[in-house]
Design a protein around this ligand. Structure first.
Ligand code: ADP
Ligand code: MG
Length: 249
């Protein structure tokens, strides 16, 4: 069953064509890792999937929610965009936590404000999620009192609190000191094992080898090649793929 279906997605910034014609389907519980050089359009793709960036052309479907680019911005469309975002957990390179809220409050916020969840219930759920990401003893800490790896795990718990259909990660470990990368990747791996559908932009080759069901290589606004990690790392068809995946550490 397909959770995400992206058809003929295109995006330009002025005369810079950033996404040329992206077609991508992601099945339930599938882990798709996207790799590619800086500037190839990876972040723009994730942002267009959630309409944080309006695509010029194409269709995005998430479950039953379908959004076509370029349509009139009416109330119905606004609702569809909101539903799309509420059902997508987005984890960014910069953790984007609320600095004046504790870890617990950061995770409770979405369910209370957006889902109108009862405060007590939201708190119990947030505790459960923070425990799951290994932060049972850090719930009352503020972001500034947490390491980067801990902050990113709070961000993951916060995204999960909305019970998304899919988790999108945009270089979630790129801003972290090397010794903190592993704890974040381990949490992501655990979620993958539990069947979470995920699209992960990362340069972490070991994670891709270990966790990805499919690796996509993007360059210059196009999906150049995709396949199993074994194929993509050991036996790619395209020279560009070979050169890039050979070069990443
Ligand atoms: P990646 O994530 O693969 O490094 P990006 O999607 O961030 O690539 O960027 C792809 C291209 O789009 C780059 O040339 C970048 O400068 C351009 N770009 C991205 N966002 C914007 C924006 N908001 N306005 C103008 N150009 C942008
Ligand atoms: Mg990027």
């Amino acid at each position: 069953m397909e959770v995400i279906k992206i058809s003929n997605l295109k995006k330009s910034f002025d005369d810079n064509i950033v996404l040329k014609d992206i077609n991508l389907n992601v099945s339930k519980s599938e882990v798709v890792v996207i790799m590619g050089p800086s500037g190839s359009g990876k972040s723009t793709l994730l942002r267009c999937i959630t309409f944080l960036e309006e695509p010029d052309d194409g269709v995005v479907r998430l479950g039953e929610i379908e959004l076509e680019a370029g349509l009139q911005h009416n109330k119905q469309r606004k609702t569809a965009v909101r539903e799309l975002r509420q059902n997508t957990g987005f984890v960014f390179q910069q953790f984007n936590l609320f600095p004046h809220k504790t870890a617990l409050e950061n995770v409770m916020e979405g369910p209370i404000i957006i889902k109108k969840m009862d405060r007590h219930k939201a708190k119990e759920k947030a505790k459960e999620l923070l425990t799951k990401v290994g932060l049972a003893d850090r719930m009352e800490h503020y972001p500034a009192q947490l390491s980067g790896g801990q902050q990113q795990r709070v961000a993951i718990a916060r995204a999960l609190s909305m019970e998304p259909m899919v988790m999108l990660y945009d270089e979630p470990t790129s801003a972290l000191d090397p010794e903190l990368v592993r704890e974040v990747l381990l949490v992501m791996k655990e979620l993958a094992k539990e069947g979470m559908t995920m699209v992960v932009v990362t340069h972490e080759k070991e994670f891709a080898k270990d966790v990805a069901d499919r690796v996509i290589f993007m360059d210059d606004g196009l999906i150049v090649e995709e396949g199993s990690s074994a194929k993509m790392f050991n036996n790619p068809e395209q020279e560009r793929t070979r050169q890039f995946l050979h070069d990443v550490s």
